[in-house]
Ligand binder design. Structure first.
Ligand code: GGG
Length: 342
């Protein structure tokens, strides 16, 4: 039996409701499979800032550091001080955002299945902003090393997926000739190392259009930090909205898993938020633990979570947005019951 310390940030807004539902699923996995989870609650986000004067206390960072992985709910206005900071602190340079149509979910097309691989530590989200008199400046930092490692992650993923075997590099090198120019050039170089994978390039504005027009054609999209953040919100809308969109922030030695979305303050307390985003993020966590620790039980647990989500959706146990009557927690319980039933 393998035991893992999991740092858990329940987050703000709908975060605690999603977390409660996700914990049902984690408990089902613990009971059903030979995997021990020591879940350690970690304080971070808007509420933490209000209560303790800091959005990401040192004690929270220490707990996260000593864990095997971190599962995080959405945080609100303090996203830059929590998740963006954690990505930089742990060098979690790859943000994997799968966009997959699940059955019984209102989707634009049923065969959408691609992944946005977003560079997670550079670009406009590096936080290098300042003012000079009446001028506000944000520095866009793109390095060869940053481009190389994210491009390699994208090509490796296309190989592992073994689906359409295509990587699309998304940039705007016709306008941002230096920063996007370097990103495009390095993606082209890396593509030479993967002759078995097709490679193409698109300008980000064209991708924004093609995501609506022909999203089934994408396999793996690799792009810079802010483009990836924006395109993944757009893409989530193709598959039932942000409630179906999980993400993994991955570095060489650590990873943080989270829903793509924010804290949705308008939905708080209603139990109408879709918990699939965080439950599927926990699925990605088990996938990663399985690979990192060579633990096939975790890999099996990941498959069980996704299967249970599918079964639950197919039974029509969904939140009102998808035509069902289930509450957030009820969906979590239904998914957990499917796991027990296997
Ligand atoms: N619209 C999605 C959202 O609010 N996501 C939270 C957020 O802003 N995260 C920052 C990031 O992913 O870089």
């Amino acid at each position: 039996m393998n035991n893992y310390n999991i740092a858990l940030i329940s987050g703000d807004g709908i975060g605690p409701e999603l977390t409660e539902a996700t914990i049902k699923v984690l408990k089902a996995i613990q009971s059903k499979f030979e995997v021990g989870l020591n879940i350690i609650e970690v304080d971070a986000g808007d509420r933490c800032l209000e209560n303790r004067g800091v959005a990401l206390p040192k004690t929270s960072i220490e707990t996260i550091k000593s864990s095997h992985a971190c599962l995080k709910g959405p945080v609100g206005e303090t996203a830059a001080d929590v998740i963006v900071k954690l990505r930089l602190m742990f060098d979690l340079y790859a943000n994997f955002r799968p966009i997959k149509a699940y059955p019984s979910v209102p989707c634009m097309w049923p065969d959408i299945d691609f992944v946005i691989v977003r560079e997670n530590t550079e670009g406009l989200y590096k936080g290098l902003e300042f003012t000079l008199n009446d001028t506000a400046i944000c520095l866009r930092v793109i390095t060869r090393k940053g481009c190389e490692r994210i491009a390699k992650q994208a090509f490796e993923l296309a190989r592992r997926r073994n689906m359409k075997q295509r990587v699309t590099a998304v940039h705007k090198a016709n306008v941002m000739k230096v920063t996007c120019g370097l990103f495009a050039e390095v993606c082209r170089e890396v593509s030479q190392l993967y002759p078995d994978i097709d490679f193409d390039e698109q300008y980000v504005d064209a991708t924004a259009m093609r995501l609506i027009k022909e999203p089934q054609k994408f396999d793996v999209i690799v792009t810079t930090n802010m483009f990836g953040d924006i395109l993944s919100d757009e893409a989530a809308q193709l598959i039932g909205g942000l409630g179906m969109a999980p993400a993994a922030n991955v570095g060489e030695n650590f990873a943080i898993f989270e829903p793509v979305h924010g804290s949705a303050p308008d939905l708080v307390g209603k139990q109408t938020a879709n918990p699939c985003s965080m439950i599927l993020a926990s699925k990605m966590m088990f996938d990663w633990l399985g690979e990192r620790y060579g633990d096939s039980v975790c890999s099996t647990a990941a498959v069980a979570i996704e299967d249970a989500v599918v079964e639950t959706l197919c039974k029509g146990i969904t939140i009102p947005d998808f035509g069902g009557t289930a509450k957030t927690l009820e969906m979590g319980e239904a998914i957990a019951n499917e796991i027990f039933g296997k």
